[in-house]
Design a protein around this ligand. Structure first.
Ligand code: NAD
Length: 499
């Protein structure tokens, strides 16, 4: 832990008490109220207390921002500036985010209830993403096509234009960085719409972006609801690309908006119901059980790649589930400001009630409750780690994305059964395999319908590899060079040459 990072609950509470909040939208280099003066209320889900009234933008604000973004894009101040300048500015932004990481982590924790240790982890990921994408700016080349002597065929990568980034609340700043870092690095103008449930860190980021030297109009932040400002951005004729992370249902709507407007490109990172497959030949069962519990209970289960379906070979299932339950018992939710809390509060009452309803449904559908299931009587929206065994694919808790701390355990006898269960899903975001058999690992990895496969780990990845899903988990890829390429158009320049 860095020397300047608060160490105790009391340290964080005192830092929280002295925190100030930016609550206005950031449009064309200025912090402004929403055009119609509307606000939305940001609530701390751990206490139910109001944190701030934040500007709630709508269509007129979206129009102002898209005009500014278009004008700055056309001016070339960022889109055509020397790549080394963009790199310098984005590296400076990474440095500023790192310097202010405690404050930014605190904003995310207060806004959406995640434990402070997890928010600090997100901040490390945010800085790493900004740095990686900045460093890539002068390392991505165009191509020279294999033409004959009479022509020169150039394949150029150019920024796409205006990108609207619409992000969720579960990793507020880190998801933001996965969108804005590659999009800005590629030379686009970017309008960020944070979730209405977690807008505070994005607004602080706007200050830092300005300080880093990102020109006015190149990076803007519009807090507000999805059905107002989010929809206005998605329908805008001035927006060339939508970078979305969120639910599959909203992702489908965004594709419709693109079709109704200008066929803007739509990159979707959506939901999941990810299978984590434990074969009987795997070793170190306690460590595997610990990982399986963390895979679902990290961030209160509010994780797109949560390992929410645990598939265990029947010969070890009883023993393995007992180990998972033992590990999970130590993951009870606590004060999000306590550095020792592994789980915090659910983001809001709606999410809390939704997860509770799934738990009641799991019981009524006949799954066996092994752990948890009851809400605490505390003031905030806390739910315990909950484990169901004997789950089948027909049950809603075995099929639908709950987005909470609920693990559904399935049994299987053969590799074929495991694969059939794993792939029996509308989603295809992540999957895990635990085994010592390399032939099996490769066979199963290839046949899993999933954007990423974790072998003998869960989510142990970094910036160098792409992140995204297949099927209804989406069509985009964040992180790695693939992310920056995705925000570029490919242009052919064909020159005729004299022989
Ligand atoms: P959500 O779909 O409700 O909202 C996501 C964003 O879309 C928010 O900013 C919201 O305001 C906006 N939005 C909502 N309706 C809109 C509309 N009609 N037009 C434009 N914008 C609109 O999702 P959420 O509840 O914020 O987040 C949870 C979901 O996100 C889960 O399904 C989770 O799996 C998914 N998620 C996916 C990934 C990934 O990388 N695949 C990562 C994190 C979260």
């Amino acid at each position: 832990m860095a020397a300047d990072t608060p160490k105790t609950l009391a340290d964080w509470q005192s830092k929280a008490a002295s925190l100030s909040f930016e609550t206005r939208a950031f449009i064309n280099g200025e912090f402004v109220a929403a055009a119609d003066g509307s606000t939305l209320t940001s609530i701390n889900p751990a206490t139910g207390d109001v944190i701030a009234e934040v500007a709630s933008c709508d269509t007129p604000d979206a129009e102002r921002a898209t005009q500014a973004a278009r004008a700055t894009f056309e001016s070339g101040v960022w889109s055509r500036c020397h790549p080394s300048k963009r790199k310098r500015v984005l590296l400076r932004l990474a440095e500023l985010v790192e310097t202010h990481r405690n404050e930014l982590a605190l904003l995310d924790t207060l806004d959406m209830g995640k434990p402070i240790s997890s928010s600090l982890g997100d901040l490390a990921g945010t800085v790493a993403c900004l740095r990686y994408q900045a460093e890539c700016i002068d390392k991505l080349y165009g191509e020279v096509a294999p033409t004959g002597d009479r022509a020169l065929g150039l394949v150029l990568r150019e920024p796409m234009g205006v990108i609207a980034a619409i992000v969720p609340w579960n990793f507020p700043l880190m998801m933001t960085s996965w969108k804005i870092a590659p999009a800005l690095a590629a030379g686009n103008s970017v309008i960020l719409k944070p979730s209405e449930k977690s807008p505070l860190s994005a607004l602080r980021l706007a200050h830092l972006a300005q300080e880093a030297g990102i020109p006015d109009g190149v990076f803007q932040v519009l807090p507000g609801y999805g059905h107002t400002v989010g929809k206005a951005l998605a329908l805008s004729m001035q927006v060339d690309g939508l970078a979305f992370t969120g639910s599959t249902g909203v992702g489908k709507q965004l594709m419709q908006y693109a079709g109704q407007s200008n066929l803007k490109r739509v990159f979707l990172e959506c939901g999941g119901k990810s299978p984590n497959i434990v074969f009987a030949d795997c070793q170190h069962l306690d460590a595997v059980a610990q990982s399986a519990a963390e895979a679902i209970f990290h961030n209160q289960g509010e994780v797109c790649i949560a390992g929410s379906r645990l598939l265990v070979e029947n010969s070890i299932r009883k023993d393995f589930v007992a180990r998972v339950v033992k590990a999970a018992e130590h993951m009870q939710p606590g004060d999000p400001l306590d550095p020792d809390s592994f789980m915090g509060a659910m983001v809001d009452e709606a999410q809390y009630q939704r997860v509770l309803a799934y738990i009641r449904q799991g019981e009524s559908e006949g799954a066996t409750l092994k752990l948890g299931g009851e809400a605490s009587n505390s003031k905030g929206y806390f739910l315990p780690p909950t484990v169901f065994d004997d789950v089948t694919p027909e049950m809603s808790i075995g099929r639908e994305e709950i987005f909470g701390p609920v693990l559904s355990v399935f049994g299987f006898d053969t590799e074929e059964q495991a694969l059939a269960l794993a792939n029996d899903s509308d989603y295809g975001l992540a999957a895990g395999i635990w085994s010592q058999d390399i032939d099996r690992i490769m066979r199963v990895s290839r046949r899993l319908q999933s954007g990423q496969v974790f072998v003998n780990n869960w989510a142990g990845v970094d910036q160098t590899v792409p992140f995204g899903g297949v099927k209804q988990s989406g069509n985009g890829r964040d992180k790695s060079l693939h992310a920056q390429e995705k925000y570029c158009e490919v242009k052919t320049v064909w020159m005729s040459l004299s022989p």
